[in-house]
Design a protein around this ligand. Sequence first.
Ligand code: LLP
Length: 417
Amino acid sequence: MNSFIFKNDSLHAENVALNTIADTFGTPCYVYSKSALVHAFESFSAGFKGSNHLVCFAVKANPSLAILNLFAKLGAGFDIVSGGELARVLAAGGDPKKIVFSGVGKTEAEMQAALNAGIFCFNVESASELIRLNKVASDMGKVAPVSLRVNPNVDAKTHPYISTGLKNNKFGVAYEDALNIYLQAAAMPGISIHGVDCHIGSQITELSPFLDAFDKVLLLVDALEQHGISIQHIDAGGGIGICYSDETPPEFTDYAAAMRAKLGNRNTKLVFEPGRALVGNAGVLLTKVEYLKHTESKNFAIVDAAMNDLMRPALYDAYHDIKAVQPRNDANALTYEIVGPVCESGDFLGHDRDLSLVEGDLLAIMSAGAYGMSMASNYNTRPRAAEVMVDGDTCHLIRKREEIANLFALENILPET
Ligand code: LLP
């Protein structure tokens, strides 16, 4: 579903013109469509209707309280990777009994907070973490529900920085070691084995890596049963890609049908951790052209958003479509580098974009709802952007633009000596 469409030659989010949003809230500004978020969650879940399942939104993709609250109201659970994300989910009204806690470096304090909250499951990523969790839980007189994240050694065929299921990645435990570690876990009083977990990467645009990984997980589940360890749920992770330009990621319905077919008549709950697929195409980054600069070899459009606002192009050379909010006559188009004001040559949002521009024009960086604001920083002492959610005809400011004074409010200079 596309909620960002042109009406009267002007790009809108649902029924609100993006230039109105820029006038009201300024730029740079993240703009989300509520209906796109709801539609993504509901269509992902629809494929699993009637089956025992839980969709845990991967908070790292977009931790906005308003988005978490919206998903919580739709019945979502959450995949968290820090104590900070746990606190956010609880503040947003998320149900702790639907939280899975992933991540390779959980601290004792984070384990305690999650045990106190009563989360659904810890996705344990190493034998050492298991030993620590057993101790922390036992000291608290609690038993931690656990899945082991296994590394199926499947190639997700995605960018190396966001591929996580290969042998040489830091994530999970080696597939070959999993059975042994489960047997150790079974003997630990502070641990209760609930599931098996696996996540092979992000922005995956083919079905086959998911199915190959799931086959290996099912083999492990069978082996565990033979050793008297019964598995109540399988967490298949996240990773379904979205269309940034011309990718054709699996349809949710095909993904769900294929996973359900593999599960067959087992009575095991399926847990998923989608992030990007639920929010990526539900948000854009709205920015204004400050300057046009024409050099001998390139034309630059210098905009007021930068790599600190949207890091994906600089970090992964990721492609985001860039649209003029009120397109001018294409006959005057030039090929532009779309760059920000940050003092790095890597500070670009798009290369070689054919656009007809004048200074002051607005641009929308598309597909920016996932890993956009969540990875934003204050580099160059730039306040992070405002965030707005559009619901039909109405705009809600869901995060105020940061104020410059806040950026150094926690700092001290040395006393006079
Ligand atoms: N579960 C786990 C354990 C994860 O590590 C991740 C993402 C997800 C779920 C959600 O994956 P998704 O459905 O969003 O693909 N910053 C990168 C993406 C990093 C993904 C990290 N892990 C980017 O901007 O492309």
